[in-house]
Design a protein around this ligand. Structure first.
Ligand code: CAA
Length: 246
């Protein structure tokens, strides 16, 4: 039996983030999503979900910026929210072979995909520890473990995500807070749409034993399980879901 919890999903308006928001909503939780900007497109997104009976809350934050994350945590407290479940899902790609990679593409990916783990988790974990219950799910990638041509930045950041998970899991294991990594493979999403079609066809799809891209909802169902009461014994793990790719 699940209790109603408050879940915060960074990158919550993206393809995977939205699927996770839906799954956690369906599991009976209050859902807060964050996005980089809270503009007209995000407001339209919110309205659409509200009208469909999913009253998500939306906050803007730059997960690459520590002060922005601290400020969000303060705002959430002021608004009466206490976050029980944190899904660190915000992430970007800036693919290029190392020889061609601009330094900014390295830094942007490391800041957004790895620094964000520290930036968003540190301000929120105290509340979980104090109440003796929490779930943290960090989204990594198959490419953090197997590597990918053109992803030294992304691969390094996503491998780092799991190092972060394992260490933090040790620190809070006795406090009722679990910390796990979920590593999706290639998903049917705009991030994968950005891969040149010929590269996807000739290099990537042949490496997926199931022969297809994953659906964000498949990953989201896994995340919802990890956030549930019966998953209390799962911590420090990397759970892979990638069509058998790795
Ligand atoms: N494997 C082996 N060789 C490859 C290759 C690959 N995957 N891709 C390119 N090459 C080879 C080319 O054939 C070419 O060889 P020659 O020099 O002998 O002709 C050479 O490498 C070209 O190298 P460049 O540095 O010039 O590469 P490029 O500028 O043409 O493009 C790239 C490189 C931007 C990385 C492009 O290949 C690409 O976009 N690849 C996809 C990367 C990828 O998988 N991204 C995943 C995005 S989705 C995601 O990240 C979500 C998730 O978690 C899974």
């Amino acid at each position: 039996m699940n209790s109603t919890r408050t879940a915060l999903i960074t990158g919550g308006t993206g393809a995977l983030g939205q699927a996770i928001a839906l799954a956690l909503h369906d599991a009976g939780h209050r859902v807060i999503v964050t996005c980089r900007q809270n503009g007209p497109a995000e407001q339209a997104w919110l309205t659409e979900h509200t009208e469909a009976g999913r009253p998500f809350l939306l906050y803007a934050v730059d997960v690459a910026d520590y002060d922005s994350c601290r400020q969000l945590a303060d705002t959430l407290v002021a608004d009466g929210h206490s976050v029980d479940i944190l899904v660190n899902g915000a992430g970007i790609t800036r693919d290029a072979s190392l020889r061609k990679m601009p330094r900014e593409s390295w830094s942007a990916v490391l800041r957004t995909n790895l620094d964000s783990m520290f930036n968003m988790t540190q301000p929120l974990i105290e509340g979980m520890v104090n109440q003796g219950w929490g779930r943290i799910v960090n989204i990594s990638s198959v490419n953090g473990f197997k590597g990918a041509f053109g992803q030294t930045n992304y691969g390094a950041a996503k491998a780092g995500v799991h190092g972060f998970t394992k260490s933090l899991a040790l620190e809070v294991a006795r406090k009722g807070v679990t910390v796990n990594t979920v590593s999706p493979g290639y998903l049917d999403s705009p991030m994968v749409d950005a891969v040149p079609a010929d590269v996807l066809e000739s290099q990537i799809l042949p490496q997926i034993p199931l022969g297809r891209l994953g659906q964000p909802a498949e990953i989201a169902a896994l995340v919802a399980f990890i956030c549930s009461e019966p998953a209390a014994y799962l911590t420090g793990s990397n759970v892979e879901m990638n069509g058998g790719m790795y």
